[in-house]
Design a protein around this ligand. Structure first.
Ligand code: MG
Length: 249
């Protein structure tokens, strides 16, 4: 069931989104060679706490940290670890959210650890651009297939894989609400977007195959071919005009 939000609820979600976005920004600033992914997680955790909010992912289905930190061939759901030390050239996808006054924010960004290869940079740029291409289609009256098809076309035409096993989602009083938002689809198909819908759009794009596996820890999703993956996400509210990005600071 899709729950439409009132103007007042969307205002609260903007605050949850602001906290989520600032936590992500600070975590990203901590990304550098020699730093562990656990240290980065702590930066985000401390900020969320300082704002009187709670970490959306911590203990969600048993997830043990504030942020999902996925490095290089890891697509999503990487678990922060004090033994995982970042190295020059890594690409580091950080996904995190905050709960404020009962509402969730959710966002992700792939950061560079020092200087990365031109190939890594191209993948990250394309994935970030694909998110914004999707957002331009996220307007009332369009359908979810319009969003997914735009993201898919943008990435596939540049030679990349679009992960199909995981999708974006509605967001609100729960981290994951209806509808699911695939990063692929057919224009004109799928659920119609309505003002008051709040959704997280999150392309997960791969350098090679779109096939992914889950590691033995039960969480970390990796590319089947070991090639790089990037992930960008915003939570947005659908309006009559352009969508309103909730996760900004
Ligand atoms: Mg999400």
């Amino acid at each position: 069931m899709i729950v439409l939000k009132t103007r007042r609820e969307i205002e609260i979600m903007r605050e949850a989104g602001r906290i989520s976005a600032m936590a992500l920004k600070l975590a990203g600033q901590a990304v550098q060679p020699g730093v562990s992914t656990a240290e980065i997680d702590k930066v985000a955790a401390d900020y969320i706490k300082s704002q009187g909010a709670t970490a959306a992912f911590l203990n969600y289905n048993g997830f043990p940290a504030t942020a999902c930190i996925s490095v290089n061939n890891e697509v999503i759901h990487g678990i922060p670890d004090k033994k995982h030390i970042l190295r020059e050239g890594d690409i580091v996808s950080i996904d995190l959210g905050a709960v404020y006054n009962g509402f969730y924010g959710d966002n992700a960004y792939t950061f560079y650890c020092g200087k990365v290869s031109p190939e890594a940079e191209r993948l990250c740029n394309t994935t970030r651009e694909a998110l914004y291409v999707g957002l331009t289609k996220a307007v009332a009256g369009n359908r979810l297939g319009d969003v997914g098809a735009a993201i898919e076309q943008y990435c596939v035409s540049r030679g990349y894989g679009v992960v199909r096993d995981y999708t974006g989602h509605g967001v609100g009083t729960h981290l994951h609400e209806d509808p699911s938002i695939p990063n692929y689809g057919k224009p004109g198909k799928g659920t119609r977007l309505l003002p008051g819908m709040t959704v997280a759009i999150e392309p997960m794009i791969t350098e090679g195959t779109e096939t992914v596996n889950v590691l033995k820890n039960g969480w970390t999703v990796v590319t089947a071919d070991g090639k790089l993956s990037a992930h960008f996400e915003h939570s947005v509210a659908i309006t009559d005009g352009e969508c309103l990005i909730l996760t900004q600071c």
